[in-house]
Write a protein that binds this ligand. Structure first.
Ligand code: GRF
Length: 265
């Protein structure tokens, strides 16, 4: 296994390996592990650059749900199909024991689940319990990530500030239009011709954090709330895994409210 000191030397070795037939010189001060690793790669004709991906620390993912969990399912499918790299689903947490998504997580994807009912608990009491579960499953604020997928509670500033820019949410409207509940109905009532969905980082407001990705969906005169919700949901299932992939591969830059994509996937 390549250690953390070795990681610092990898760019140098990639350059060496890629500049035609270079052999590692024993006089070069590299760590013994890395020397052996390099020799194996050269003798087996493997690329050091491509093999590095194996040593990228895994992002430990918690998904928080309250209901059917179709966005959760889209994310877990994308991970299991290898469409999202570097992510290990650690735990699915629901505040509702009856949430259908719990069964999907455990039976279809063999992901651990945890029910954390919120009845009668104040926000901060609930979030203390939540922080404990996240810690128990190794979802910390340096290698962890939290996806809210239809989670019907507002997280306290304690959780938000601990996991700053590590919590994402999907909202079924083009924010900042129509935040909060029943976004599709709000859009229809307003009479917009285009709506869509937004993946954003979670800050202390409701649906107000920096926007990572958005995608538009047409609104038709004949739409009902249900029809529009279904059309948006289909797009949500593409957008959320895409956003998580960009995050897990380190392809985004956050400057204040602005999130830019470093390179297209
Ligand atoms: C989705 O429409 C999502 O945008 C919103 O809540 C709904 C959750 O649906 N935040 P599901 O549980 O992922 O199917």
């Amino acid at each position: 296994m390549v250690g953390s000191t070795d990681i610092l030397l990898l760019p140098l070795l990639i350059t060496m390996q890629e500049s035609a037939n270079v052999t590692i010189d024993d006089k070069i001060a590299v760590t013994p592990n890395l020397k052996i690793y390099f020799k194996i790669l050269v003798s087996s004709n493997l690329s050091l650059r491509n093999s590095i991906i194996k040593y990228t620390p895994l992002l430990k993912l918690a998904i928080l749900i309250s209901g059917r969990g179709s966005n959760m399912e889209a994310i877990l499918s994308a991970i299991s199909l290898g469409k999202i790299k570097n992510v290990m689903p650690s735990i699915v947490i629901s505040d509702r024991p009856e949430a259908a998504g719990l069964k999907i997580a455990s039976e279809k994807f063999s992901v651990s689940t945890n029910t954390l009912p919120g009845y009668g608990l104040k926000g901060s009491e609930y979030d203390q319990k939540l922080l404990q579960v996240l810690e128990d499953y190794g979802v910390n604020n340096s290698t962890g990530c939290i996806c809210l997928a239809g989670f019907m509670r507002v997280l306290s500033c304690e959780v938000v500030s601990k996991y700053l820019m590590r919590i994402m949410n999907i909202h079924p409207a083009l924010l900042p239009s129509f935040p909060g509940l029943r976004a599709q109905k709000q859009a229809l009532d307003y009479g917009v011709k285009v709506s869509g969905c937004t993946v954003h980082f979670v800050d202390e407001g409701i649906d107000t954090g920096p926007i990572l990705l958005q995608r538009a969906v047409p609104v038709f005169d004949s739409d009902t709330e249900h029809l529009l919700a279904q059309r948006i949901l289909k797009v949500e299932h593409q957008l959320y895994p895409e956003a998580l992939g960009l995050f897990s591969e380190g392809n985004i830059r956050i400057e204040g409210r602005k999130v830019s994509i470093k390179k297209k996937r």
